[in-house]
Design a protein around this ligand. Structure first.
Ligand code: PXP
Length: 237
């Protein structure tokens, strides 16, 4: 099965917001990434709106036909926004105001009762709902049990080179098939470390942001997206 690449364009908005203007426009970045072979666009509307803002989401929904994956925290406000916007997919992520990025997976098992109605409302609106979790069987089973269609495995510990993490990802990906969950993965992936994750056959989609936007400074966004797709395709073959 081919693997989809979702390009996370949050950090184009980070750069734009550094000067308070409109350039560089994350929507133009999304169009460029899609032309270069990205299969979808991921954006994270954080509660503090530090990068993507509400008007960005509205512009993306109006302008793009490619699948949009909206990352958000498990709050009533965010669920309301998602149901009004109706992106293709929503990925529920843990969010702490002080963190620089999403530091670990969501504790689905510990918050199952709060998450279950949110998953139900989003799913009823026709949105595919994903849980961003560590590759932990307890969290996988809890995600299936609350009705999520998809899990996205947090690859941060693997990307940091921690021992045993590729094995944990492999075991988790295998378990998704048994549980009837679609499997995605992301966080901290680069040209150098993406191959072994891309080779796991159950994983259908990778979401990659910071490295691609950073590397685009040197090579251009279209070139890095095309190269990432090639590396993923080679690992898959
Ligand atoms: N997937 C999810 C759910 C995320 O929260 C993030 C980071 O925003 C990513 C993927 C992409 O991580 P990175 O920017 O490190 O590639």
């Amino acid at each position: 099965m081919p693997m989809r690449l979702g390009v996370n364009i949050d950090h184009v908005a980070t750069l734009r917001n550094a000067r308070g203007g409109t350039h560089p426009d994350p929507l133009e970045a999304a169009r460029t990434a899609l032309r270069a072979g990205a299969d979808g666009i991921t954006l994270h509307l954080r509660e503090d709106r530090r990068h993507i803002r509400d008007d960005d989401l509205a512009r993306f929904m109006a302008a793009l036909t490619a699948p949009i994956n909206l990352e958000l925290a498990a709050t009533e406000e965010m669920v309301r926004i998602a149901i009004a916007a109706r992106p293709h997919a929503v990925c529920i992520v843990p969010e702490k105001r002080a963190e620089v990025t999403t530091e670990g997976g969501l504790d689905v098992a510990g918050q199952a009762e709060a998450l279950r109605p949110m998953v139900a409302s989003l799913s009823a609106a026709g949105i595919r709902v994903s849980m961003f979790i560590d590759p932990d069987p307890v969290q996988l089973r809890a995600s299936a049990e609350i009705g999520a269609a998809v899990v996205e495995l947090h690859t941060g510990a693997y990307a940091e080179g921690r021992a045993g993490e590729l094995g944990r990802l492999r075991a988790a990906a295998t378990l998704t098939a048994t549980l009837g969950l679609e499997c995605h993965a992301g966080h901290g992936l680069t040209f150098r470390n993406v191959g072994p994750v891309a080779a796991l056959p159950e994983i259908m989609e990778l979401n990659i942001g910071h490295f691609l936007i950073g590397e685009a400074v040197f090579e251009g966004l279209a070139a890095v997206v095309t190269r990432m797709k090639q590396i993923i395709g080679a690992a898959r073959a």
